[in-house]
Design a protein around this ligand. Structure first.
Ligand code: CTP
Ligand code: MN
Ligand code: MN
Length: 486
């Protein structure tokens, strides 16, 4: 018997014409479905939810005890478990629901009723054998979740020294090898205590493994200890900590016999404007910038930007966006919803800060993405040295004992259409960015930059309004900034 008059039934768009259950009427209450949004995407999830409900299935928005079938698409069992643990706080051992593939869902929809579960519908969950840790780890940093919770600091600090030394020696290959090794260890959710813990871990070459083994056995690595104590490493490293000094210059100065900053100051060596500012504010710039200082600088930058473009958007990027408490600088991305209104903004901002005597130095642009430095004067003032151009780095300062402290600030301006790409590109970490580009090139035949993503197969640029869309273009799981500390 019809529950509603026939006439109304015809008119009600919520009721299907082919005899299916009215929306909201659950035909199979014993089955509770939860659709996992990851990889499926929110619009497809909403579509499938509606479809199932129309057919009389019970679909839950949240994971709960009444869910019997967790349905996901293109996810591995352990990934779904991890996600559910994170979202619902339920421990994986307490899950009673079946983890099923989208095939079960599609077939059930086709049949108009929930089908019996078969083995082929079930997601496989890799279980660790007793004593060993099995975690699938990608060789690409952009496929790993790397938080600030580094469980292997002793190992990663040592590998970082080796990477720094390789970089100082302009050995890019070795620099990358040690950086990758260090990065993969940072992503591990466990503390490595024996070489067996690293059996399945990629990116660990013979040299890195030797270093790790030595540290696990002796607590230190002789090669690293020797480096730390070597004059060559110490001196060149110190020189590169001067703003505007790269590894080539540091190496040149070292070979010319310079050993200290004072020797450099009293030498007749011609310094660039950046290097002069770097040396002048050396003591300040070497100190880590705190989050509180970054927030203060943000207010100054925002106020100045808004003076010229009230509707411009200023976003904190770099390490602070990833959730770091300290940084070597503060990075900002500036854009304007009305494309074109961002043009000329950077030079106005820099001029304004200069006019306020907040800027001490102004350096001409060296490349399209240029930078500068600003230093805060008085309790709230800024002094800065800067480059002009579409993309800028500045060095600023926050009040301290001597009234102000020089802090380096990077300002990047992007047209609104490139905003998502600029945001992704300037949030870092360096290796995360590098691997995103590498992944795009090797697996998708796409070229990624801080401006755009070009699909070489389709021969076109792919627009994106959000970082999530860029990850989706690349077929990658979205990794939030807090998990990009690769
Ligand atoms: N970046 C870039 N080109 C540069 C400098 C930086 O594309 N010439 C991008 C990199 O992706 C980098 C991000 O900007 O990861 C931020 O750079 P940087 O400030 O050097 O590093 P942070 O991760 O912010 O680290 P820190 O906290 O030490 O500043
Ligand atoms: Mn930074
Ligand atoms: Mn920076």
């Amino acid at each position: 018997m019809a529950l509603v008059p026939r006439k109304k039934k015809r008119k009600d768009p919520a009721l299907s014409l082919d005899g299916e259950a009215p929306v909201g009427v659950v035909k199979f209450s014993e089955v509770g479905i939860f659709l996992v949004e990851r990889k499926m995407g929110s619009s497809r999830r909403s579509f499938l939810t509606e479809l199932a409900r129309k057919k009389g299935f019970r679909v839950e928005e949240q994971m709960s005890e009444s869910v019997t079938h967790v349905v996901s698409e293109n996810n591995a069992g352990h990934e779904v478990l991890e996600l559910l643990e994170k979202q619902s706080g339920i421990c994986r051992t307490e899950f009673t629901a079946a983890l099923v593939d989208i095939t079960w869902f599609s077939e059930s929809m086709g049949a108009g009723k929930p089908l019996e579960l078969e083995n082929r519908h079930l997601l496989q969950v890799k279980r660790a054998a007793a004593g060993t840790i099995v975690v699938p780890v990608s060789p690409y940093a952009c496929q790993r979740r790397t938080t600030l919770d580094n469980k292997n600091r002793l190992l990663t600090d040592a590998l970082k020294i080796l990477a720094e030394n390789a970089e100082l020696s302009a050995n890019e290959g070795r620099y990358l090898a040690f950086t990758r090794a260090s990065s993969v260890l940072k992503s591990l959710p466990y503390n490595v205590t024996k070489m067996d813990d690293l059996k399945e871990i990629p990116n660990l070459g013979d040299h890195s493994r030797k270093v790790i083994k030595e540290i696990l056995e002796d607590g230190t690595c002789s090669e690293v200890q020797n480096l730390i104590q070597s004059e060559s490493f110490q001196t060149r490293k110190q020189f590169t900590t001067i703003f505007g000094v790269g590894v080539k210059t540091a190496d040149k100065w070292f070979r010319e016999g310079l050993r200290t900053l004072d020797e450099l100051r009293s030498s007749k060596i011609k310094l660039s404007k950046e290097q002069e500012a770097g040396l002048l504010y050396y003591e300040d710039l070497i100190k880590p910038v705190t989050k509180a200082e970054a927030d203060l600088i943000r207010q100054i930058v925002e106020a100045t930007v808004h003076r010229f473009r009230p509707a411009a958007v200023v976003t904190l990027t770099g390490g602070f966006r990833r959730g770091k408490e300290y940084g070597h600088d503060v990075d900002f991305l500036i854009t304007h919803r009305e494309e074109g209104k961002e043009e000329g903004l950077i030079s106005q901002v820099i001029s304004s800060l200069t006019a306020q005597k907040e800027m001490v130095n102004n350096v001409e642009p060296s490349r399209p993405c240029s930078n500068g430095s600003l230093a805060e004067n008085e309790p709230r003032g800024i002094r800065l040295t800067s480059h002009a151009g579409t993309t800028q780095h500045i060095t600023t300062a926050a009040a301290k004992e001597k009234d102000w402290k020089a802090v380096r600030v990077d300002l990047v301006v992007a047209p609104f259409g490139q905003y998502a790409y600029a945001l992704l590109g300037w949030t870092g970490s360096r290796l995360f960015e590098r691997d995103l580009r590498r992944y795009a090139k090797h697996f998708k035949h796409m070229s990624l930059s801080s401006h755009s993503l070009f699909d070489k197969k389709q021969n076109k640029f792919l627009p994106a309004a959000t970082e999530e869309e860029i990850f989706a273009h690349l077929g990658l799981d979205y990794i939030p900034p807090q998990e990009r500390h690769a």
